[in-house]
Design a protein. Structure first.
Length: 241
């Protein structure tokens, strides 16, 4: 079984969906400590003046000591209206904007209590829309132990994984010897960002997946997988080891 995992992030980038598409199961790392100035509550979209950040405001009381699952959204700020307005104004001319607009308009009308609730709900919609049918598991239910490499290995063993796909940064902390001893093969993603037709001039990579969806529609999954390792050649990808 091929396993991968990630913290729930806001409006994720393409590489996350590539990693999930390669796996047999995905674990939401929703029990870890909240990271400031990370991708937990923000991501980028493209505009006619370049990239801009869309950030979900969170309540700051003790947030540095809280687990991800306990982070509350600051709904006293009109972030939903601002985010939907930014998305609408910058993508309304995109070829597939109308295909997905209703979902986002409805999403930003709802009042979300926690960041986890928002991000996991959106992730499920993105996966369904991209036709990535991979089971999602919650780390909160697993009683995982350890940190970083030990945590990932504990999860892999409990899930019965034979292969675990790290992101590119996993090379910096993964204990390959421990994985080998446990019979789990660690692979490290090396995502090559594809180019596609965008609005607003010269192509900008590393935008939120919504940029891809609004511009590519039903071809989004094929586009994000293009030029990258697929399941069929995953084991032969020497540069992933």
């Amino acid at each position: 079984m091929i396993l991968t995992a990630h913290q729930p992030v806001y409006l994720p980038w393409l590489g996350l969906f590539h990693k999930i598409a390669l796996a047999d199961a995905f674990v939401s790392f929703n029990q870890v400590q909240y990271q400031v100035r990370d991708w937990n509550n923000r991501n980028k979209i493209k505009t006619n003046v370049g990239e801009i950040w869309l950030s979900v405001p969170v309540k700051h009381k003790n947030h540095l000591s809280l687990k991800y699952e306990d982070i509350l959204i600051d709904n006293e700020q009109p972030w939903q209206r601002k985010h939907w307005k930014s998305i609408y104004l910058n993508y309304k001319a995109a070829p597939f904007f109308k295909t997905y607009a209703d979902y986002f308009e409805d999403c930003y009308r709802r009042e979300w209590k926690t960041l986890l609730e928002l991000n996991e709900s959106m992730l499920l919609w993105f996966l369904k829309t991209l036709n990535i049918a991979v089971p999602i598991h919650s780390a909160r239910t697993m009683a995982l132990s350890g940190e970083k490499s030990e945590l990932v290995l504990d999860m892999s063993v409990k899930m019965g994984a034979e292969i675990y796909i790290f992101g590119a940064q996993g090379r910096d902390y993964a204990d390959k010897a421990s994985f080998a001893k446990a019979g789990v093969l660690p692979l490290f993603q090396s995502y090559r960002h594809p180019s596609y037709r965008q609005l607003h001039g010269e192509f900008l990579p590393y935008m939120s997946v919504i940029d891809l969806l609004f511009n590519c529609g039903d071809a989004s999954l094929e586009t994000l997988m293009s030029g990258n390792v697929g399941r069929a050649d995953l084991m032969n990808a020497v540069d992933w080891r």
